[in-house]
Design a protein around this ligand. Structure first.
Ligand code: ADP
Ligand code: MG
Length: 348
């Protein structure tokens, strides 16, 4: 709790003191209430984001990316049932009292949404919103120090004439600038982990690239761990250290981004890649046929089997467990090794 100026450069300064990973999700399952009973929306999600790492959650719309992030931050609607374990910045999120979770969300783990306009108050000056965010994270910060931090952070995220922008209202800036302001609002809290849910989906392609570059720079310079959810593989190819591919509420593949994109070990990742114009597609660009199952279906075998070109009979009856297929590479496909006998331990 410093009363003096808190430099942007130490944004994630205290992370070195914290042992362990930035985020650890272990067999997280989420049921959401619906008119037709509880929907199993997340069906055993496990992944880790290391300190200073950028991890992308990728998958079609409806695969459970947002729900996973909301579960990690305890932001799911009332009635949601969550099991498994979430350790965020060294604390057990699911066991914490609500007050502590709110504190964690104000200080250590911030969330940036797809639509910057929803995160900004239309009637309040940008500066006031930044100052409020800084002081909610550190109530000991003086107004003056918070103002300096806000201005410095606006400059850091690439807002021209930050001092003048402090008194602007959100409607006076572009969508790209608004997303920069929202990122600045998160940064003034000096978080250890930044969750970005489709942070560029609402923006044009050029602005998308600039925002992603900004996130990458912030990660490199400040050591902030970043978890980005996106339905668009093109978006994260150059940004994410590791890729976590989700399908129908499960993680189907995980590994270093370059390796996963160069040689996917799950047919769903292949399919996603073929559908990505920038990296995999080109003239092969091909939409994935069919639709993901609805959470109400909860099929017995592999959830991707009905759409999978390499599905075998067994894939429709046996649920594949995630397993390591190469160092640091995980996949949940019975057939990752080809057509040989299926090892017993891969059955979920
Ligand atoms: P993604 O972010 O990957 O697009 P979501 O996490 O938003 O996916 O959604 C995962 C699944 O959960 C989808 O089938 C969606 O329809 C369902 N879902 C999300 N939120 C709710 C909710 N509040 N009530 C019922 N179902 C929901
Ligand atoms: Mg989403």
């Amino acid at each position: 709790m410093s009363k003096t100026k808190a430099p942007v450069a130490s944004a994630a300064g205290s992370t070195s003191k914290d042992p362990g990973d930035a985020l650890l999700m272990r067999d997280v399952r989420v049921s959401l209430p619906s008119a037709h009973g509880a929907l199993k929306v997340i069906r055993g999600v496990t992944f880790t984001a290391g300190r200073g790492e950028v991890v992308a959650l990728a998958g079609e719309s409806g695969s459970g990316k947002s729900t996973s992030i909301l579960a990690a931050l305890r932001l799911l609607p009332p009635g949601a049932e969550v099991t498994g374990s979430v350790v965020l910045d060294g604390t057990d999120v699911l066991a914490m009292p609500r007050r502590k979770v709110r504190e964690l969300r104000a200080r250590r783990a911030r969330l940036v949404f797809q639509d910057p306009w929803r995160a900004l108050h239309p009637m309040k000056q940008i500066g006031a919103q930044l100052i409020e965010s800084a002081r909610s994270a550190d109530p000991g910060l003086s107004r003056r120090a918070a103002r300096e931090l806000a201005e410095e952070t606006l400059a850091r995220v690439g807002i021209p004439e930050p001092a003048a922008r402090m008194s602007s209202h959100p409607h006076e800036i572009s969508g790209g600038q608004a997303q920069r302001v929202v990122i600045a609002m998160a940064l003034v809290a000096r978080p250890a982990v930044l969750f970005c849910d489709e942070p560029t989906t609402a923006l044009d392609v050029t602005t998308q690239a600039q925002i992603l570059e900004l996130l990458r720079d912030l990660n490199r310079e400040l050591g902030i761990s970043i978890v980005i959810a996106t339905h668009d593989l093109d978006v994260i190819a150059d940004v994410a250290d590791r890729l976590v591919v989700m399908y129908a509420g499960e993680v189907v593949e995980e590994g270093p981004t370059g390796e996963v994109l160069a040689s996917p070990r799950h047919p769903y990742t292949w399919a996603l890649l073929r559908a990505a114009p920038g990296i995999g597609g080109g003239d092969r660009l091909q939409a994935i046929e069919g639709r993901p199952p609805s959470p109400a279906e909860d099929p017995p075998g592999c959830a991707f089997a009905p759409r999978c070109p390499s599905a075998h009979d067994v894939c429709r009856t046996v649920r594949p467990a995630p397993r390591e297929v190469a160092p640091g590479r995980m996949t949940a496909c019975l057939r990752a090794e080809g057509y040989g006998p299926i090892p017993v331990e891969v059955i979920r």
